[in-house]
Ligand binder design. Structure first.
Ligand code: ADP
Ligand code: DP6
Ligand code: CO
Length: 358
């Protein structure tokens, strides 16, 4: 093997937002959840991760840069993903560059990873989902891993649970699975991105600050201390999963909206039921909820669904373009944007920034 070559792959992966939430693990190391979850994968042009991975005999150890800053790969999650992928790597040949990597070489070769999120990291917009899905997908391409998306989803899951759902577009279900080794805890696509083309998603960035409690530690504390979580995981979510699948299949927006809003509220209720309580939403988030609830009640039939992940930022799903236009008008009226571009404005409770697409 010549010593001077570098082989590189770049991939882009969108984030996904759960409408029936994953919160709680039954196995921390393998990342196995206590309930199924359903999400919508966002449009890759808007909120996404771009990751470049490179391999070279000149690299002396595995290294990673996230948003331009070097981070440690020593954590179990990165190591688990790298180990699973290396074990499945195949021969790679680039005739043009005269590069040949044999399957067994992957055990010794090191990789460099540079990843960039075009949206706030660790602020409750599922950066870990887009991030780990992209990491696994790009490394799988580089290492010529010949597994299908379902198998790759089980590897991405070991980086961050929500990441397994970002391997697919459209509506995606993460099946919790029963096996102790996690082999059946995988993501499946329920419907592709064209299935419900009328929906418009608007993300109101209330704060791009890093959250105080990561999803990982938040859900661990909930499982350890909340009395409500068991009821949610065993009684409520299984029923909602069936109803949500129906609503998506039938384009039934009133049911979709009712389920998504209730599930988001219950997720934040179990956070509040955690000891000490976890507050992911803030006053602005609460005002957005009130605004949408009032509007939906006024219209008689829901026009917009809201859902909040582990952070204060609102994900608003409008029934159609017209509802989205009215929603934006209302949001801009109640939360007027400020003209300056100073990032400190994000801390003002009355302000929201909008990412909007479609
Ligand atoms: P979020 O709500 O943004 O998903 P989490 O607390 O779940 O927040 O996860 C944030 C963590 O995910 C980061 O601290 C980092 O470890 C990891 N992460 C975020 N973006 C990436 C990325 N592009 N590649 C790899 N890991 C990432
Ligand atoms: C509220 O997937 O970020 O966004 O598996 O520990 O990495 P880890 O947690 P993560 O949790 C996501 C929680 C959620 C709901 C969801 O995406 O389903
Ligand atoms: Co996350």
């Amino acid at each position: 093997m010549a010593e001077k070559w570098v082989l590189m792959v770049t991939a882009q992966t969108p984030t996904n937002i759960a409408v029936i939430k994953y919160w709680g693990k039954r196995d921390e190391n393998l990342i196995l959840p206590i309930n199924d979850s359903i999400s919508v994968t966002l449009d890759p042009q808007h909120l996404c991760t771009t990751t470049s991975v490179a391999v070279s005999p000149a690299f002396t150890h595995d290294r990673m840069w996230l948003n331009g800053k070097e981070i440690s790969l020593s954590g179990g999650r990165y190591q688990n993903c790298l180990r699973e992928l290396r074990a499945r790597a195949s021969d790679v040949e680039d005739e043009e560059k005269g590069i040949k990597i044999a399957k067994k070489d992957w055990e010794k070769l090191h990789v460099h990873i540079a990843s960039y999120n075009n949206f706030p990291t660790a602020a409750g917009l599922a950066s870990s989902a887009a991030g780990f899905a992209c990491l696994v997908f790009s490394l799988a391409k580089l290492m010529n891993v010949k597994e299908d998306h379902s198998k790759l989803s089980a590897i991405a899951r070991q980086g961050s649970g929500s990441a397994c759902r970002s391997l697919y577009g459209g509506f995606v279900k993460w099946i919790m699975g029963k096996e102790e080794n996690g082999s059946d805890s995988i993501a499946v696509q329920l419907a592709d991105e064209k299935h419900w083309g009328d929906l418009v998603i608007i993300i109101a960035v209330v704060s791009s600050r890093q959250k105080e409690t990561s999803s990982t530690s938040g859900m661990r504390e909930t499982v350890e201390t909340s009395m409500l979580i068991e009821h949610r995981a065993k009684e409520v979510v299984p029923r909602r999963i069936i109803q949500m699948e129906e609503a998506i299949k039938d384009h039934d927006f009133p049911s979709f909206s009712r389920l998504a809003c209730s599930d988001s509220n219950q997720f934040h209720a179990v956070c509040l039921d955690t000891s000490p309580p976890i507050f992911y939403m803030n006053d602005t988030s609460h005002r957005i909820i009130s605004c949408i609830e009032k509007w939906n009640r006024f219209e008689g039939t829901p026009q917009v669904a809201y859902t909040f992940d582990a952070g204060p930022n609102a994900v608003l799903i409008a029934h159609n373009r017209n509802a989205a236009k009215l929603l934006l008008q209302r949001l801009l009226f109640y939360f007027p944007p400020q003209s300056d571009t100073d990032l400190s404005r994000y801390s003002l409770p009355s302000h929201v920034d909008f990412y909007c697409w479609k």
